[in-house]
Write a protein that binds this ligand. Structure first.
Ligand SMILES: O=C(O)CCC(=O)C(=O)O
Ligand SMILES: [Fe+2]
Length: 498
């Protein structure tokens, strides 16, 4: 029977205590008059004294911005109403550079502590009054994409907050230019209410308040697979410069060892008898999706893991444990059926990597000790959560982190405004994965097998369990805990084996 260690386990407790931010924000001051330098040399000056003329200049070079609806590029103002500069390739923002201003280092510290990032300017977007962008994830451009950096130009506008959502919470990360405080959160109603706790550790961090600094640039960076949206702009024009953040392959020295509490808890568990005594797989669903090549059955590599997921895998490796990464499908958990997410199978199929879709079966609800577990039957070329849940006598354990649970459940209950990309997808997809930690049996961990339980019977005291044996001269004495709760020391010959 699967062991659900979601609540009680010291391992889940250690995991859930680790903070795992989805985003970070900050502000900085330009070091030259701001201008967008187009590839052929034209400059679109950002004149803070004359925002109207600035916007006119930008609009003269703009075209409607589309969005990605799976493989299609679409225009629909109900989903996205925005413009973008036509000459996006090779454009530069004079007065600001993510590396030079130290923004990249701040972003790395939060989103990629162990690998340097590269920022590539991808878009300049103009949200006019009424402009907005519905909830979406940023379409992977390649396997190295990690996140998105958004830099808000200091032009006056109201509304247009950038919000990120995961597990049913919306978090404001970039308010409007009047300085709506960042970090506010409100609940959205159409997804799991009871998942709200699961997101509490996902604070946007690092906000250095830009208020009072005229012309300051506010920025936000987030993992590309985090669902985010731009609220309706009520007044003025909201102009942002966006950068793709990609892994560079250059290692980085992390300031702190975030995974240490997990590594220490796992080391303790490995030294005890509770964790998978016969050996087995400890399955840890990931919080972040990985980017998988479309149509490929390739097993994701450790390096494909993002954020804390990778650090957890490395923590297990450091203890000499074999670690693998596998695809998985959505699973949900609740204490009563009414709280289970309504899984929209059609939408879920669309969100999964293609090889996984063929194997999707029926939605199954599973109850164990008053706990409901919902999952999808799955038979496919890549392994998933479902066969694990179906295997009655398996020695595997599922370690559901609060944050990963929110991710998995959220994946299964998309909002009414859909699941879009910021461009159509082509070769790459976001895919849900889990880390498999292969736990050796007790003997291989240097822990002897537990003593077999020995039961005995006494004519007067009834049945009991042998606690220890003692020699007393010629006599063998047994200490027996009888079923009445009493422990008695008796001569061996007055006891019969059961
Ligand atoms: O405008 C923003 O703040 C972000 C834009 C965005 O989400 C995108 O281009 O994908
Ligand atoms: Fe986006």
């Amino acid at each position: 029977m699967i062991r659900l260690t979601a609540e009680a386990s010291p391992l889940t407790a250690a995991l859930d205590a680790i903070s795992e931010p989805l985003a970070c924000t900050g502000a900085c001051t330009p070091d030259a008059p701001l201008a967008l330098v187009l590839p052929h040399g034209d400059e679109l000056v950002v004149d803070l004294a004359d925002p109207g003329a600035t916007v006119e200049r930008l609009l003269a070079h703009a075209e409607p911005a589309p969005f990605g609806d799976h493989e299609r590029t679409r225009f629909d103002p109900a989903v996205r109403r925005a413009l973008r500069l036509r000459d996006r390739e090779g454009i530069r923002l004079r007065g600001f550079d993510p590396e030079r201003h130290g923004v990249l280092a701040q972003v790395e510290a939060v989103l990629s502590p162990r690998e340097r990032l590269v920022a590539t300017l991808t878009d300049v977007q103009i949200y006019p009054p009424g402009g907005h962008f519905a909830g979406h994830r940023d379409t992977p451009r390649d396997g190295d994409m990690l996140g998105t950096l958004v830099v808000l130009l200091p032009l006056p506008h109201a509304g247009g907050a950038l919000t990120i959502r995961e597990g049913g919470m919306i978090r404001d990360v970039l308010g409007d230019s009047s300085g709506v405080p960042a970090g506010g959160e409100r609940e959205i109603v159409h997804v799991f209410k009871d998942m709200s706790d699961a997101t509490s550790s996902g604070r946007a961090v690092g906000e250095r308040e830009a208020e009072g600094v005229p012309g300051a640039l506010r920025w936000a960076a987030f993992f590309a697979d985090v669902e985010h949206a731009i609220d309706v702009v009520r007044e003025g024009h909201r102009v942002v410069v966006t950068y793709a953040l990609s892994r560079s392959g250059t290692p980085r020295e992390p300031a702190d060892d975030r995974a240490a509490p997990f590594r220490e808890a796992l080391a303790r568990e490995l030294g005890g008898r509770e964790l998978l005594p016969n050996g087995g797989v400890l399955l840890v669903p990931c919080t972040r999706r990985v980017i998988a090549p479309r149509g490929s059955t390739r097993t994701p590599a450790l390096r494909d893991l993002r954020g804390l997921d990778r650090e957890l895998a490395e923590a297990a490796l450091a203890l000499g444990i074999e670690v693998r990464v596998r695809h998985c499908v959505a699973a949900g958990e609740a204490n009563e059926p009414a709280n289970l997410a309504v899984v929209d199978l059609a939408r879920l199929r669309e969100a999964l990597a293609e090889p996984a879709v063929a194997g999707l079966g029926e939605l199954v609800t599973f109850a164990e000790e008053g706990h409901m577990l919902q999952y999808l039957e799955y038979e496919g070329p890549v392994s998933s959560l479902a066969p694990l849940l179906l295997a009655g006598d398996c020695q595997e354990a599922l370690l559901v982190r609060a944050r990963a649970r929110a991710t998995l459940v959220h994946e299964a209950c998309f909002s009414a405004d859909g699941y879009f990309g910021n461009e159509h997808y082509d070769a790459w997809l976001h895919a849900l994965v889990a880390i498999e930690m292969v736990i050796p049996p007790l003997a291989a961990r240097g822990l002897a097998e537990p003593e077999p339980v020995r039961r005995v019977r006494h004519a007067n005291f009834g049945d009991g369990t042998v606690v220890s044996e003692q020699r007393s001269g010629e006599n063998l004495m047994l200490v027996v805990r009888f079923d009445d709760g009493q422990e008695r020391r008796l001569l061996r010959r007055f006891l019969v084996d059961l």
